[in-house]
Each structure stands twice: as C-alpha cells, then as structure tokens.
Design a protein around this ligand. Sequence first.
Ligand code: T6T
Length: 330
Amino acid sequence: MQRRSILKAAAVAAVALGAGLSALPAGAQDKKFTIALIPGLTTDAFYITMHKGAQAAADALGVDLMFQGAPEFNPTLQVPVLDAVIARGPDAILIAPTDTTQLIEPLRKAHDAGIPVITVDTFIGNGQYQTGSGEADFPLSYIASDNILGGRMAARALGEAIGGEGKVYVSNVKPGISTTDQREEGFKLEMEENFPNIEVLETQFNENDANNAASQLQAMFARNSDLKGVFGANLFSALGAANGVQQAGQTGNIKVVAFDAPTSIVDNINSGLVDVAIAQHPAEIGYFGVVSAYAHLTGQSIPTLIGTGFTVIDKSNISDPEVAKYVYSD
Ligand code: T6T
C-alpha cells in the first residue's frame, strides 16, 4: 500500500473510531469531495439531527456536504430533488429513499452516472445490497437502525405498560416505507410471540400527518372504548396519537409508546402522556454515512450494512444527560 493510501486509511479509521481527529494529515486528500445528503424530508427533527452528524463527519474529513430535500415525505416530491442533485454531479449520494420501489429507477440513474449511492435510514428493494442480484442491489451500503428490532422493543414496552392484555393498534405512515413497515412487522411479531392476551387492531395509516393520527386515535377509541394502547411508528404518528389521547381525555388510560424522540415527545413523557420513546441515533447514521462515502471515495471497502443503536427513554431516565443527549435537535 502506498504511504498516502495508508494515511488516508488511518484518517478514516481514526474518524470512524471517534478519535476526535479535526484535520487530516498534510497531503492525505488531493481532492475536496462533495457528498450530497437527501433526507426523507427537510423539516423533520430526525433528519435535522442526521444532518448534524453528517456535518460533523464532513468537517472532520474536509468534505463539502450538500443537504437538499423535499418539504414532505413523498416520492413524487423527492424524485425531482434527486434529479437536481444528480445534475450537480456530487462525488457520492446519501439518501433516505421515501419508497422501497418508487426510488429504484431514479437512483439507478445516479448509479449509471457513476455516482456511488448509499442509503441511510430507509432502503430500496429488500435492503440487501451488492449481492449481484441486479435487483436494486446497486447501493454500496445501508446505514440505519434495526427497525424490526425497534418494533419488537416498542411491543415489549407497550405490552408491559398495559399489563399484558387488552386492545392496541399501530399508528403508521403508509405502506411502502422500509423503516415503518419493518417497525410494524417487528411489533406484530413480538405481540404474537409473547403477548397472547393482547389484540392488535387494524393499523391506521396517517400519511405522515400528525393531525390525521390524532383524529384516527379518537375514531379508534370511539369504536373501541376498551382501547388500551397505541404504538406511534414514527415521529408524526406518535405525536399525533398522543395528541389524540389527550383530546379524548384518556391521558394515562390509553398508553402511548413512541418511535423517535423529538423534544415534544420528551415533554409528553414528562407530562405522563407518553410512556416510552424509542430514540433512534440519527446523528450516528449521518456521521457514518459520510465516513463510509469518504472511505469508498478514497479506495477503501465498506460494509454493506451498518446498524446503529437505540435508546429507550421514559420518565425514570429522561433527566440523565447520557440519555438526554439522544433527544433530537429541532
Ligand atoms: O422515524 C423517522 C425515520 O426513521 C422514518 O424513516 C421516517 O420517519 C422519521 O423520519 C420520523 O418522522
């Protein structure tokens, strides 16, 4: 290995290990790379936090980071943003695809143009990349939470909160989103396997609109006066479901387990409206997204899958700074 490659490899490894390296060794980088990050939508605390993590890695590596996205979580709005980014010719694209199938062909254009693609948070196809199948396996890596596990964790928290029996449902965004589909799948599997006395009612899809989620909660309660709990499968689903519980005057009677941890959900934990929040680590996703793209661009091989962690937040630990640091940035 040439001396320069060794220096580059060392720099990437040091950053990946969080060694706090702020500048690369002289001459370690010949070209200033531009990496684009396309979130699911721009105004969501989850992606705002991911952007911060990505920026931290970009600053450490001397990379230009471009953050461009749509105002809603919607493939019809995301594809033109992607096309515009491809036209600007970045060195790599990190993207949270808003649909498992509708983003395949638009992303293939980037791949065909020689722009490496890494998906963050969500995946396309079945999320198994570089398998040689040719079926949407062209992204280099998928960097995200384990969403099946997260759904199982939510089911355990809700199952325990309601004492192992009664009716619950999942407030979800819409089918076709890898993350929220998997959370629902994990939630249902866990309920089926370990909570035989809990009935999971039909999922309510809110199109990522908290107002819809709130109205649906009230309609579900009107039809099921013995409703015991709800799992909000992402930030807007959880916020809306919690608001619905409050509007129905059922705080504490209908338990809420939230996926994601914006400050508003933390307020709801403090007030007793939400029992548990499963915080993802979006800053980690953004950080390792940029580090992985950089590693690839400088000739290193990268893992096809990088799993990031969760922090379970409830009233008992929310004031611990080691837990509070996982609350998302607004
Ligand atoms: O839950 C996150 C993200 O993981 C999901 O893919 C879409 O919704 C969020 O951005 C929260 O709003």
